[in-house]
Design a protein around this ligand. Structure first.
Ligand code: MOS
Length: 733
């Protein structure tokens, strides 16, 4: 099916199943331990275990791995290294080799896989390996290398943009803000580690693994291993979080495949938690300079946003400046995205890449400007709203309800109780403050396919290689098929995450929900046509409701359509036309109240509210979970999360969950989420948008602005840890 023009009325509009708050259908399997994750396929016979040996230097050469002792250790079957693995390719998305040596590109780069009869034997033998290295000097500090940066494109968009006369507009603006913000390297820290069980049958490879996009896993493994893509099967039905870290093939998958090939037995590789942080990928740190110029009337005259980040050669930038390109109106604008070379582990996509940390700088700068103008921060944002893409005026937003989000949020949150004067509200030892920020996140789609089968009893089976990374894909896909075929949700079985099924969008970039359900919609349209043909009903008149089919004078059960055998509908949705002519994005507003201990500068979140506009909300329960999870992650990014770089040895020091601090339940207060649920007919037949990444955009800025309102301390280097905040605290009265 081609999606070219705005969607008209369709069966999804009935809203009998889609749009209803529905608990996830895979929930019981997960709590009962019956959802099989990558490392848990215990039916593999003769399974061997691999343990990754990782580099203890960040840059340089391995003179010798010194494997002799490990080779003869009990239980060891073989040791895979770059010397004996044969020629390996490198997939485009991987900046560093997944099996390094003798050249070392980053700390904890995999150098070998010890394969043994048990996990314990493999680990014990790996501990006997003490490679001989020659260390080389590297660049590890972003601030020190920004001078040698180059312009870098952002996901197909240019690295630099300009409109009007930024320099003139800014210089002539009566009110100016010129501030620089820094955000740290951040870790995905997903709960399920990278894990793969690989097995070969002749020249055919099967991987039980944990990956967000099945077809990309096949493509990248085929390139890396130098084998045909269609000889690789990927099985990844349950995934314990990805956040972008599982968009690309990692060392576990490649090494498990190599190990299994070498010994002719299945091999399991689970990456230990302390390897995750330096071996794999992270969100790169940024330096961002914001310049805003405004008139006394509160209208922005000039917006300038420059961003710097670093990566290994071949790696991408963290495109933070993207956030300011579409958000506020101003006639004179400039963005510059700069990339420097660093020898830290590879940076790559993490939840709302670019925009999550870009929003922190933009929304704090907006708060600083509102204060300088003496304007309310909500009113200031509304004053600078736009209904056309500010960089491409001919392009309208398909749907943009930022103003409604801000107004609704202000009302519900009690924003009128905020005192604009910082440090003016105190309750006992606590200084109380409120902050606001706007949220915006692009809403892309990718082509996506599915197969829907009508089987005995009128039951329905949906098959697609779409993944559920903890987001609720199973549920919204089941809801879509149930709505299209007029059956209750429990008549639908959803099968995901297997490359034997039709190719879907996969999960990433908040494109998964809208794309994959649209693919299921398209397949259901095909199935409805097949049913109409079999029953001799005019396809334009056929109706599916209450497990019955009516039309052309017939009234029969859905089950009867399957009596002569199973019927199948298979299709792929392709997006074009109207989607290209519109700026497709999601919007929101975050409101945060904090308390800051006047003596210790401890920050406690007290209340959080997000108001989100993301087209039709397919399932308010799973959508809310996406938003509150993203709000939590955004709060972590400004309050506690930071990969600490050792500038001498070039690695992330805090590489486990004891030292890389993510928020826990006790850190997060009650969170409220309000959805404006208006369907967007220009987005897809589902009239939906993505929601998984909107919630993390802006929230960090709202937290920072609340801390400022509470204390009068404007921190621009994130995270806002106590050590930084303490010296700026007001003197307790
Ligand atoms: Mo997302 S960073 O594309 O999983």
């Amino acid at each position: 099916m081609k999606f070219e023009t705005a969607a008209g009325d369709n069966p999804i509009d009935r809203g009998k199943v889609v749009g209803r708050a529905t608990p996830r259908i895979d929930g019981p399997l997960k709590v009962a331990g019956h959802a099989t994750y990558a490392a848990e396929w215990h039916d593999q016979s003769n399974l061997a275990h691999g343990y990754i040996v990782a580099s203890a230097i960040a840059k340089g050469r391995v003179n010798s791995l010194r494997l002799e002792e490990a080779k003869w250790a009990p239980g060891v079957i073989t040791i895979i290294t770059a010397q004996n693995a044969g020629t390996l390719g490198q997939a485009g998305p991987n900046a560093a080799k997944l099996l390094g040596g003798p050249e070392v590109q980053h700390y904890h780069q995999a150098l070998a896989l010890v394969v043994a009869d048990s996990y314990e034997a493999a680990r014990a033998a790996a501990a006997l390996i003490k490679p001989d290295y020659t260390r080389a000097d590297g660049s590890y500090t972003l601030a020190a290398v920004t001078g040698a940066s180059k312009s870098d494109g952002i996901l197909g968009q240019p690295g630099d943009t300009a409109l009007g006369d930024f320099a003139g507009g800014f210089a002539g603006a009566p009110v100016q803000i010129d501030a620089t913000y820094t955000t740290p390297d951040l870790a995905h820290a997903m709960m399920e580690p990278y894990a793969t069980i690989a097995s070969w049958d002749g020249d055919r490879l099967t991987l039980h693994t944990s990956h967000q996009v099945v077809d990309w896993a096949r493509r990248d493994l085929a390139k890396t291993l130098g084998m045909p893509k269609d000889h690789i099967r990927i099985v990844t039905p349950y995934i314990g979080g990805g956040f972008g870290g599982k968009l690309w093939v990692r060392a576990d998958a490649v090494l498990a495949a190599l190990g299994a090939k070498a010994i002719g037995r299945p091999v399991k590789v689970v990456m230990p938690r302390p390897l995750m942080f330096n071996n794999s990928v992270h969100r790169p740190a940024t330096i961002q300079r914001m310049r805003l110029g405004a008139g006394h009337d509160g209208a922005l005259i000039a917006i300038g946003h420059e961003g710097w980040s670093g990566n290994l050669p071949g790696g991408d930038s963290e495109g933070a400046v993207q956030f300011s390109r579409g958000l506020y109106a101003a006639p004179n604008r400039m963005t510059r995205n700069r990339l420097s070379q660093l020898d830290l582990p590879e940076g790559n996509a993490m939840r709302a890449p670019g925009e999550a940390v870009g929003s922190i700088a933009v929304e704090v700068a907006m708060d600083e400007m509102a204060e300088k103008l003496g304007m309310d921060p909500v009113a200031f944002r509304i004053r600078n709203d736009t209904q056309v893409d500010p960089e491409h005026k001919e392009k309208k937003f398909s749907q943009r309800q930022l103003v409604e989000c801000l107004q609704t949020g202000a009302r519900k949150f009690g924003w009128d109780r905020r005192n604009a004067r910082p440090a003016s509200r105190r309750e006992g030892d606590w200084l109380i403050g409120m902050g606001v920020a706007a949220a915006m996140r692009g809403s892309p789609v990718l082509r996506s396919g599915a197969r829907v089968r009508l089987v005995a009893g009128g039951r329905v089976i949906v098959e697609t290689d779409m993944t559920d990374i903890g987001t609720g894909s199973y549920t919204i896909i089941g809801q879509t098929a149930a709505e299209m075929l007029g059956v209750p949700l429990n008549w639908v079985t959803v099968r995901l995450g297997d490359s034997n099924f039709p190719v879907s969008s996969g999960s990433g970039g908040q494109f998964g929900a809208n794309s994959a359900t649209s693919g299921v919609y398209a397949a259901c349209v095909k199935l409805r046509e097949a049913v109409a043909a079999r029953l001799g009903i005019d396809p334009a008149k056929i109706k599916f409701a209450g497990t019955k089919i009516t039309g052309s004078g017939k009234n029969v059960t859905l089950a009867s359509a399957a009596e002569a055998g199973e019927l199948t509908g298979e299709d792929t949705i392709d997006f074009g036309g109207i989607r290209q002519q519109r700026h497709q994005a999601t919007f929101g507003a975050h409101f945060v109240e904090v308390g800051v201990d006047i003596h210790t500068a401890e920050i406690r979140l007290r209340r959080m509210l997000a108001v989100c506009s993301a087209g039709r909300i397919l399932n308010p329960t799973t959508a809310r979970s996406q938003v509150i999870g993203a709000m939590t992650m955004g709060a972590g990014s400004v309050l506690c999360e930071e990969l600490v770089v050792d500038p001498r040895f070039g690695y992330f020091v805090n590489h486990d969950l004891a030292q890389y601090e993510v928020p826990v339940h006790a850190d997060i207060p009650h969170q409220e989420v309000i959805f404006l649920k208006d369907p967007d007919p220009e987005s897809s037949p589902m009239k939906a948008h993505g929601i998984g990444e909107l919630g993390i955009c802006g929230v960090g800025g709202a937290v920072a602005n609340a801390v400022y309102n509470a204390t009068g301390a404007r921190l621009r280097a994130f995270p806002m840890t106590v050590d930084k905040l303490l010296e700026h605290m007001p003197v307790p009265g």
